[in-house]
Each structure stands twice: as C-alpha cells, then as structure tokens.
Design a protein around this ligand. Structure first.
Ligand code: ADP
Ligand code: MG
Length: 467
C-alpha cells in the first residue's frame, strides 16, 4: 500500500503501470530465476487503467500458462494495492491459434502434405507434445520445451536433465516436431551426441573418397552452418572425449551466436558430468536447465491409459492402477509392462483382468534383466525366428535373416544400452552405421507395423523371463 501511495504524485498511467511492476517484484522472490526468465519476463504490461489490465504475451500457449500459474497471485497483489478489481485482457505477439486436436493427431506424412515440407527423418513420429502426459514430475520441463518450440532461441540452450526412461528424448523430438510444424522449411537436426562423436571421428580419420579435409568441411557445414535448430540427445556421451568435445564446443558456439535454438538432453546435470571441460559446462549454463523426475502414481496411471489408447486398447482403471503401483522406476518400464500385458492377453486369448495384470507384473519384477548379454539376445532372436545364429551374425541380406538381425540390434541397444560400435562388433563385425540404421529402421517400423510390435514384445518378454 505504501509504495502505491508514494507514487500517487506520478501521472496516472505510469502510476498504474507501476502497480504491475510492484506486484511482479513481490512475487519474484518466491520464484526460481528460471521461472522468472521463462514465464514472467516475456509478459509485457501494455496498459493499466479503468479497471482493466492489458497484457501482451508471446503466444497463446504462453498466455494460458501464465494465466493459470502466475496471474492469480499477481492480480491479488495489484487489487490489494489499488483497492479495486481488474479485468485482464491479453494480446498476442504471435496470434497463431493452437493446433487443433485433429491436426495434432494427423500422422507426420499427412501434416507434411498440408505444409509442403517433408518431416525430419530423424524424429520419431510417436514423440509429440500431444502424446506427452504432463504431471508434476515434468511440468516445468514440458513448459520450457513448449516455450522453446513456439519461440526458438528464447532460452538457449535448453538443457533437459533426468534419469533413464523419463521422457527426455520424447520431449526433445516433440520440440522438433512443433518447430517443424511452424517452420516447415527450417532445417531441424536431431541426433545423439554419440552419433555426433562417431561422425566426427569418421570425418577426422578420413573416408575412402575425398580425403579428410573435404569430409571435415562437410561435417562442419552440416552441424555448424546448416541447422536452424540443433537437438542433441544424451550429451553424457561427450564425457571424456576430448577432441569431440572441442568440436562440439565450436558447433555450439557457432549456432548459439547465430541465435539458433539448441536443446540438449542428459542423464546428469552439467555439474555432475565427469570429464566435461569447464568451458562447455559453462556454455550449458547459459540457458535454462530443467529436470524431469520420476512420475507419481497418478501420472503413471495416466501415461498407461494414454499409451494403451495409442495401441487401440482400452485399459480399465483398476488394471492401470495395478501396473502403476508396481512399476515405479521409469516410463519405459511402464510401457514395457503394458505391452507385455497386451501381448499376453492377445496370445493367450484372455481378457485383461486385474489378476492377469498382477501376474504379468509379478513375473516381470521377478526377472532381473541386468545380466542380459548381446549373445543371449542373439540366441533368443535366432530361436524365435528360426534362423541360425551363424546366419544372424553373417553377411546374408535376404529378408528372412536381415529383419531378425535388425530386431536383435534394436533389442541389444534398447535392453543393454551398449554402444553402436560395440553392438556391431558382437553381431559378426558389422559397422556402427549398420547398427544405427537398423535401430532406426525398427523404431520407425514399430510405429506402423503391429506384427513387428508383437514380435518385439514377445521377445522382450522371453528375454525378461530368461534373466
Ligand atoms: P529418456 O530419453 O528420458 O530415457 P524416453 O523419452 O525415451 O526417455 O521415454 C521412454 C518412453 O516413455 C518413451 O516411449 C516415451 O514416449 C515414454 N514417456 C516418457 N514420459 C512420458 C510422458 N510424460 N507421457 C507419455 N509418454 C512418456
Ligand atoms: Mg533418451
């Protein structure tokens, strides 16, 4: 009240706008700096007067978030100071309407036809914002990802941190899809830091054609000059890789300087990454760092129901609760349990009952996949498809062998997390690029090929049971 009275000598408009500044200042202390930067700074107060406040938000999404989360407190403060009530009106910098739900659900190819651009091949079509369930564990990260997607360059870089299987890659790709939807002509580059390192080393050591100078030039153009957006997954792979870190540092700087949005994901915080140069660590801290936590029970159940619907499967509440109560560690395992349950129900021709769910979950928890080796996966896959282990590891290219081989590589990557070169060497000395394209191909097919999904679910289930 006192500040308001003191400034009553100013002209009325300034005076009223000051009310806004005072209210913001009073909540600033209770918010983290990131939240302030993210959600409050971009809101502009256009005018205050005659019982109205006009605010300007960067876009509709920002407006809604702000109105839900911060406006009530600010308004309360302003109304208390002014001893009057205010109606709030918004105007938008970017008045583009939010995506309609039909458009949001359209497959990538259909959306490409609308916009004229081809969808970025490196993005998984299932990892969109629409398919992402928001809960207290990822609320802030989701908000930051949305913000970056609607205003690329606004927080640079966005560093998403969180444990395994909690949705980092999903959000990273969702940012890519949303930016692509808004800017179909932009070049959106998405890859893991491991792929970056592999390509860099490939360029440095020189290829069969062209020599290493030309390769290096092409590599630098591809990552330093061409991207409008760079999405790098799992930057922890950069730890202890000195020359690649150096290259990454320059890539980062070039893009950052050009105000190109960079999003990074990592299973550790920058401060916890061993063998990361200080200058890179400090670059990561230039933007905003957010953390995804383990989802709570309610969010886990909501995720299960959403995933089940994606599989065109209606999951009864009590069954969702059973799985959500038992599988607590991460979303990937939650999904695994659901797929196993669906596969069991369809293979055994049974209805999904709470009892079947209990049983599935129990057998899953009893198994300890930790000691799973690539050799075991290869044997199991060979047995399942009825091909010889020798052929699976060999060079034969016909479909009867090549598809099981790709599945084995995919499972090896997914279940053991082994590096691509290592998997390649275990599968009869294949090149890492063969492994990368096999894993991508299977991930891609899984989105559309129900038979393949069943095969993979059945194999995972077998492998869990063996170990
Ligand atoms: P990370 O990269 O953190 O290891 P992913 O992004 O690969 O995890 O997520 C693992 C799986 O869990 C993916 O299939 C993803 O779609 C799913 N997932 C994670 N979080 C959510 C969420 N909040 N809503 C829907 N699906 C989620
Ligand atoms: Mg990931």
């Amino acid at each position: 009240m006192r500040e308001y009275c003191d400034s009553a000598v100013l002209n009325p408009v300034e005076n009223m706008i000051e009310l806004w500044a005072l209210a913001l200042r009073s909540i600033e202390a209770s918010l983290g700096g990131d939240q302030w930067e993210l959600w409050l700074r971009p809101i502009e107060c256009v005018s205050v007067g005659e019982g109205r406040i006009r605010l300007k938000a960067p876009n509709r999404y920002h407006q809604e978030w702000f109105a839900d989360n911060y406006l009530p407190t600010i308004l309360q403060d302003m109304e208390a100071r002014a001893q009057q009530r205010f109606a709030v009106e918004f105007e938008l910098d970017d008045p583009e309407p939010p995506v309609s739900s039909t458009q949001a659900r359209a497959p990538a190819a259909a959306r490409a036809a609308e916009t004229g651009g081809s969808p970025p091949a490196s993005l998984n079509s299932r990892y969109t914002f629409e398919a992402f369930v928001v809960g207290p564990n990822n609320h802030f990260t989701h908000g930051a990802a949305r913000r970056v997607a609607s205003e690329p360059g606004s927080m640079n870089p966005l560093f998403i941190h969180g444990g395994v299987g909690l949705g980092k890659t999903h959000l990273l790709h969702a940012v890519g899809w949303e930016i692509w939807r808004r800017h179909p002509d932009w070049r959106i580059v998405c890859l893991s830091s491991e792929q970056f390192v592999i390509e860099f080393i490939g360029a440095m050591t020189g290829g069969r054609r062209g020599g290493s100078v030309a390769l290096m030039e092409r590599f630098r153009a591809r990552y330093r000059e061409e991207p409008d957006v760079l999405l790098i997954d799992d930057v922890q792979f950069l730890s202890n890789k000195d020359s690649s870190q150096d290259e990454f540092f320059h890539t980062f700087n070039a893009l950052h300087l050009a105000h190109k949005q960079i999003v990074l994901t990592c299973d550790k915080l920058p401060s916890e990454l061993p063998g990361l140069e200080e200058r890179i660590r400090s670059r990561f801290a230039w933007g905003v760092t957010t953390t995804i936590d383990i989802p709570d029970l309610e969010t886990r159940a909501a995720i299960l129901k959403r995933k089940a619907l994606q599989e065109r499967f209606v999951l009864p509440d009590d069954v969702a609760q059973i799985i959500a109560r038992h599988v607590t560690s991460n979303v990937r395992e939650l999904e695994g349990a659901l797929l196993r349950l669906i596969a069991r129900a369809s293979i055994e021709g049974r209805v999904v009952t709470p009892a079947l769910a209990e049983d599935t979950v129990r057998s899953l928890l009893a198994s300890a996949p930790a000691s799973l080796t690539i050799e075991t996966i290869l044997r199991e896959v060979a047995g399942y498809y009825g091909v010889r282990l020798h052929d699976l590891k060999g060079p034969k290219r016909h479909r009867a062998v090549s598809r099981p081989r790709m599945v084995a590589m995919y499972l090896a990557r997914r279940l053991t997390g082994t590096s691509f070169p290592e998997i390649g060497s275990r599968v009869g000395g294949k090149d890492h690029s063969t492994v990368i394209s096999a894993v991508k191909k299977i991930e891609h097919l899984l989105a559309t090929d129900a038979a393949l999904r069943d095969e993979v679910a059945a194999l995972e289930s077998l492998l869990q049971r063996r170990h």
